[in-house]
Design a protein around this ligand. Structure first.
Ligand code: COA
Length: 365
């Protein structure tokens, strides 16, 4: 096949693998430790439980297991993987990329461009875009990319963000769009801000909560405005089967949806209906695992794609503090209907162990 023919070939997600860590704690266990009403966490923030890593099972294991699952489901030959890109903000080395640890465990070496992408929670999406554009450009030839978004979101004990903690990984092989085509046109928006950041050498992030919320809403408004352009917003958005968001915690998503709806001059009832029909169902897995930074949006996308008929379309809004955002559109492929990656979440949820507040407190000492 000529490089021009390869460049014109549709590109997207060929397979998906997910992984959640072995522990979890419900927000009801955390609330009394912090002197808070559990309803604040459950209703005020929309959280349910947080996935937790162990000393033995951290971001490398999460990323590797998600990748193994995605590769097992992929019909291609592993020798065709020419790119390994890991989006994360849980890196533990300023030089060596997290992808090197993952490649080591997967036995992936040789003619592979292996690297890490950092831009807060946006890093996984940037890796997806780079892989997609690499294939669409023709530069990849017949090679495919393995893209992983993996993170452990931990806050300092007592930080207001603590109930939003979580962890998880999503891996995708970017190749023939058997699961979903990723549209070549997307809608980015960025502004330099200090809304959420982690200075070198510090273990936990610093957050300006209200600023972070405001940046996220502004980014959503601008990205959706660009998507709709001069068309009728009602028509553009109602044609989408689902609209996925980066999920720091579900209430933040709701607030962004309200901002987008108000921008389009929708009344409160229309906004609520839109949220309940198109957005809320995509966050089922996010509520059970908490914030997984780079993986959060892709957990929501994996949930939304499963069961779709070929040709149905979804949108995915990515946000990373600092800040950078991008709205992507995807079209379900023939393998979306089977949604076989849902079994990863079901297996991990059934095997994970719930811990109580006392055990959690000891683990954070
Ligand atoms: N029952 C029900 N709801 C309650 C409640 C109760 N007993 N007590 C409080 N609430 C509601 C509040 O009204 C508020 O809802 P609203 O925002 O709709 O008004 C919500 O719970 C949160 O309360 P708030 O006092 O604002 O929380 P906080 O000051 O403790 O902040 C976070 C918590 C998580 C919002 C904040 O730490 C934060 O923004 N963190 C990080 C954000 C982030 O992840 N950014 C980076 C990625 S984008």
């Amino acid at each position: 096949m000529t490089s021009t023919a390869l460049a014109m070939r549709p590109t997207g997600i060929a397979s998906i693998g997910l992984n959640l860590p072995p522990l979890a704690m419900s927000v009801e266990e955390l609330a009394p430790l912090r002197g808070e009403d559990p309803k604040k966490y459950r209703l005020g923030l929309g959280c349910d439980s947080m996935s937790l890593c162990t000393p033995e099972y951290g971001v490398v294991e999460l990323a590797t297991e998600a990748a193994r699952r995605a590769l097992d489901r992929w019909s291609g030959d592993r020798d065709r993987i020419g790119m390994l890109a890991v989006g994360t903000e849980t890196a533990f080395d300023m030089s060596r990329p997290l992808s090197a640890w993952v490649a080591d465990k997967l036995g992936l070496s040789g003619a592979v461009r292996s690297y890490e992408v950092k831009h807060a929670c946006y890093g996984g999406t940037l890796a997806v875009r780079q892989a997609t554009e690499w294939r669409m450009s023709g530069a990849a030839g017949d090679q495919a990319a393995l893209v992983i978004a993996a993170d452990e979101a931990l806050y300092e004990p007592g930080d207001p963000g603590e109930p939003t903690q979580g962890a998880g990984a999503v891996a995708m092989v970017i190749d023939e769009p058997e699961v979903a085509t990723i549209d070549s046109v997307s809608y980015p928006w960025s502004e330099p801000q200090f809304d959420f950041w982690r200075p070198v050498g510090e273990s936990y992030p610093r957050v300006d909560g209200p600023l972070s919320l405001d940046c996220y809403r502004r980014a959503a408004e601008n990205c959706f405005k660009a998507l709709v352009g001069t068309k009728n917003p009602e028509q553009v958005l109602s044609e989408l089967a689902a609209i996925c968001f980066h999920v720091p915690f579900p209430k933040m998503v709701k607030k962004a949806v309200v901002r987008v709806g108000e921008f389009f001059s929708w009344d409160a009832e229309r906004i609520e209906r839109f949220f309940l029909e198109k957005v809320n169902p995509t966050m089922v897995w996010n509520r059970l695992c908490g914030n997984a930074y780079t993986a959060s949006l892709w957990i929501s996308v994996a949930n939304a794609l499963k069961g779709l008929s070929a040709g149905q379309r979804i949108a995915a809004f990515s946000y990373g503090s600092g800040f950078g955002a991008e709205l992507l559109t995807l079209e379900a492929g023939p393998r979306a209907a089977a949604g076989d990656w849902a079994s990863d979440i079901e297996a991990d949820l059934s095997q994970r162990r719930s811990i109580d507040g006392a055990t959690y407190s000891r683990s954070r000492e």
